[in-house]
Ligand binder design. Structure first.
Ligand code: COA
Length: 311
């Protein structure tokens, strides 16, 4: 039986030039490289750019990787929590820079947003779209109080993108799981014009729980076990969260894509940054099952299993 669906045919990333190391925070806040490294695994992050400029750079590279022109794109979905303007959507600015065809919209599901956007893009392919550009871009440095050691050290700026193209034979998005628990909103939020407010411990505990549950859900829907997964691409918030979830799921760390030591938590960008790093370093081959797992403010979560297949 054939099932029209999508596959990932291109990917790309963008990071601002300015590197902010743990030593930079040590120099002006009551914190230390050892505290940040031990609690989070983060060594440095990047600050700068706009959500649109980073998104456009990542999107352009993903198009080149897929061998497509911008006008080939029939839909652009931009996942972001940090739009440059209230209106229009930042995806309009990106559309203008790149010249993509078709529609464009922003999607906000916080740090779970990229997988939400990929699943939404996959749904549009099932409805007939042939080529969808999915971008995750965030400039969290804009909404983080740089004098608050509890949050300043965690977040960074960046973007990552993938191209989804129609696969007439088999949907390579094997399963997905999207969820939200709005009652957890008070543990992580940002008011208009304000800074991110967070109860770190609560977020940590809930994040591990939803990652494990959501990953189990997608494994079950795809009729796979963890042993069938070649690579896990988790949201890059904190190495200890990833280690705790992996331990409960039985996933070894060497089957996990990690970039947070160099990027910090880049929200919507974190999963495509980690995916691109793995793909560029030859860690993926056709037929590999990749488990994506995100979580974020809301509290939202999102997982998907994608069969890697560029051809
Ligand atoms: N440097 C030094 N000390 C710090 C610090 C920093 N950057 N940030 C917080 N502290 C202090 C706290 O003030 C607290 O001090 P106190 O005991 O005197 O009150 C102490 O460290 C312990 O704080 P706590 O929050 O209990 O630490 P923790 O072990 O939970 O680690 C986080 C804090 C933020 C690293 C951790 O809770 C976490 O990563 N949570 C998830 C956050 C996240 O991923 N958010 C985004 C989700 S998308």
């Amino acid at each position: 039986m054939t099932t029209r669906g999508s596959r990932i045919t291109g990917w790309g990333t963008a990071l601002p030039d300015r590197v902010v190391t743990n030593a930079d925070f040590e120099a002006r806040l009551d914190t230390s490289d050892s505290w940040i490294t031990e609690r989070t695994g983060i060594k440095e992050r990047r600050f700068g750019g706009t959500t649109a400029s980073l998104a456009a750079e990542a999107g352009k590279k993903a198009l080149e990787c897929a061998g497509l022109l911008a006008q080939d794109i029939e839909l652009l979905i931009l996942s972001t929590t940090t739009p440059d303007l209230t209106t229009p959507a930042t995806s309009s600015v990106v559309q203008d820079i790149l010249g993509t065809g078709g529609g464009a919209f922003d999607l906000n599901a916080a740090c779970a947003g990229f997988v939400y956007a990929m699943v939404a893009g996959g749904g549009m392919v099932k409805m007939g779209a042939n080529r969808v550009l999915v971008i995750g871009s965030d400039t969290l440095s804009k909404i983080t109080d740089q004098d608050d050691r509890a949050t300043a050290v965690l977040f960074g700026d960046g973007a990552g993108a993938i191209v989804l193209e129609a696969d007439p034979i088999e949907d390579k998005i094997l399963s997905y799981d999207l969820g939200v628990d709005g009652s957890a909103m008070p543990i992580l939020y940002c008011n208009h014009g304000g800074y991110l407010t967070m109860e770190g411990r609560e977020v940590f505990k809930k994040a591990v729980r939803v990652m494990v549950e959501s990953s189990k859900n997608v494994l079950e829907s795809a009729k796979l076990t963890v042993d069938d997964i070649a690579l896990v691409v988790p949201h890059q918030a904190n190495l200890r969260i990833i280690e705790a979830a992996n331990q409960r799921l039985g996933v070894p760390m060497d089957k996990t894509a990690i970039v947070l030591d160099k990027t910090g938590n880049t929200s919507s960008a974190s999963i495509p940054l980690a995916l691109s790093d793995a793909a560029d370093s030859g860690r993926l081959k056709d037929g590999d099952n990749v488990l994506f797992c995100g979580f974020g403010a809301g509290m939202t979560w999102s997982s998907a299993i994608v069969r890697w297949s560029r051809s």
